[in-house]
Design a protein around this ligand. Structure first.
Ligand code: ZN
Length: 459
């Protein structure tokens, strides 16, 4: 069987892997690329004929794993999209949101292009393209082995990253018998607040594994929670706001749960939390509808009684979001996008980043070249919505809230294998992936690769 890496290698976004066997062609993930040159990369022609693909597997619904699916369908894909039920539900929300962003961004760019006599652009995809994606979803449960076609079986197991996230195991026949490849997907941390802990895969001939934090160790969650309490208290005392750029999916729901717990425990009082992300609100509702995927604590905390502990305000309309700009102190504003590349968070940065009394708290990974990364790297000024803004607010990164396993946990995940898989390291920035490769070689001695875009392997 041929395995080809088409995206999400030597970088953290744009995941896409291609498998070609005797009687099937399969894609695993079809993610959007984010960061420098994103636009050109996302508009590139697919390296295969989308009409020839039998099925697409999705391990979870983050944009960097599902974001190009409408384009795939637009370009002729008619196969099945196989995933878990929450992933399908959330992907629907994520993709419509992304289509609306494409639409309005292109409109804005075209207005500019028109004025300067440049060529007009088509949006990458539009909401009607997402309409055509939805009937293709096939929802599967964790743990059940299913037949894909003759000689090919697969199973999803919980990856503990976000609601519905999975690791994909795929068995196939080659000349000598049955072999197995596993795709880790994004692997969560053990103490993640809502979803259950990741499940281990015990044997596999081949493994592609994520490496987002392949060379780092996270602080533990409790330390990060203490730090968050401290930041909120001191910021409020100074008379400022706390801005938390957060992915609408996963981190926002984790944060709500944590803040709720802090109020219930009496460590924070009378806090007003603004979720300024319509998508964040919709996804929170999907979470609430799937308690069967929660761990014990989340199931307790997501009930009605505990929801009253913090004052949550969802801002839907643009005017409501703009009204937040007038709040000068004692607000916690959670807004996307998580890497500050788009979305309403940019407005909150514009109004709070230059104020010494405010704090910006990063709870997720900031990819190279993003506005979030520039702020974390302590740039003196940054450009926000076309304006130079001086960075005076307190800048904090709380690694303990990450939805990704750190190096130690990734190594622990690999340590569960009873055989010696050949490993492909993906979904990590180049140096991180290479450091992780060294760590795996030193500890386990397994054959490892850090593939490049377009690289093919016979497996
Ligand atoms: Zn993810």
């Amino acid at each position: 069987m041929k395995l080809q890496f088409l995206g999400g290698v030597r970088t953290v976004t744009g995941s896409c892997y291609y498998l070609e066997g005797r009687n099937f062609r399969v894609l695993v993930e079809c993610g959007m690329f984010q960061g420098p040159d994103a636009e050109a990369v996302n508009r590139r022609l697919f390296a295969f004929d989308p009409a020839s693909i039998d099925c697409l597997f999705l391990t979870h619904s983050h944009l960097d794993h599902v974001g190009l699916v409408p384009r795939l369908v637009k370009e002729g894909f008619k196969g099945r999209i196989i995933t878990t039920s929450p992933t399908a539900d959330i992907a629907e929300l994520i993709l419509y949101d992304s289509a609306h962003i494409q639409e309005s961004d292109t409109e804005w760019q075209n207005r500019k292009a028109m004025r300067s006599g440049l060529e007009m652009k088509e949006p990458l995809y539009l909401p009607p393209d997402v309409d055509r994606v939805l009937p293709l979803f096939q929802r599967k449960q964790y743990g059940k082995i299913e037949q894909l076609c003759e000689g090919v079986r697969y199973r999803f197991v919980n990856a503990g990253h976000i609601l519905g996230s999975s690791t994909l195991e795929l068995w196939y026949q080659d000349g000598q018998g049955e072999k197995k490849i596993s795709f880790s997907g994004d692997i969560g941390k053990k103490e993640s607040p809502i979803v259950n802990d990741p499940v281990f895969v015990e044997e596999s001939d081949y493994l592609t594994i994520e490496s987002t934090y392949g060379n780092r160790k996270h602080k533990n969650m409790e330390d990060s929670i203490d730090e968050l309490v401290n930041i909120i208290k001191t910021t409020f005392k100074r008379g400022g706001n706390v801005i938390i750029p957060s992915f609408a999916l996963g981190r926002t729901q984790d944060l709500l749960l944590i803040l709720n717990r802090l109020v219930k425990e009496g460590r924070l009082f009378n806090i007003n939390v603004y979720i300024d992300s319509p998508l964040g609100e919709r996804i929170t509702r999907v979470y609430a509808a799937h308690p069967e995927y929660f761990d014990e604590e989340a199931r307790r905390l997501f009930n009605i009684e505990s929801r009253d502990a913090i004052r949550i305000h969802f801002t839907r309309k643009t005017e409501e979001s703009m009204a937040l700009n007038r709040i000068k102190k004692e607000a916690i504003i959670i807004s996307s996008s998580g890497m500050c590349e788009g979305g309403r968070v940019r407005h909150h940065l514009k109004h709070n980043l230059w104020r010494r009394e405010c704090s910006i708290v990063f709870v997720g990974y900031q990819a190279e070249g993003t506005l979030g990364r520039q702020i974390v790297d302590r740039s003196k000024t940054v450009e926000v919505l076309g304006e130079d803004i001086v960075v005076r607010a307190g800048i904090h990164t709380l690694g303990g809230f990450s939805a990704h396993a750190d190096q130690e946990e990734l190594m622990g995940w690999i340590a569960q294998f009873k055989n010696s898989p050949e490993i492909f390291i993906v979904h990590g920035e180049e140096q991180v992936a290479l450091d992780f490769q060294t760590a795996i070689k030193n500890k386990f001695g397994y054959t490892t690769h850090v593939p490049r875009v377009g690289e093919e392997f016979e497996i």
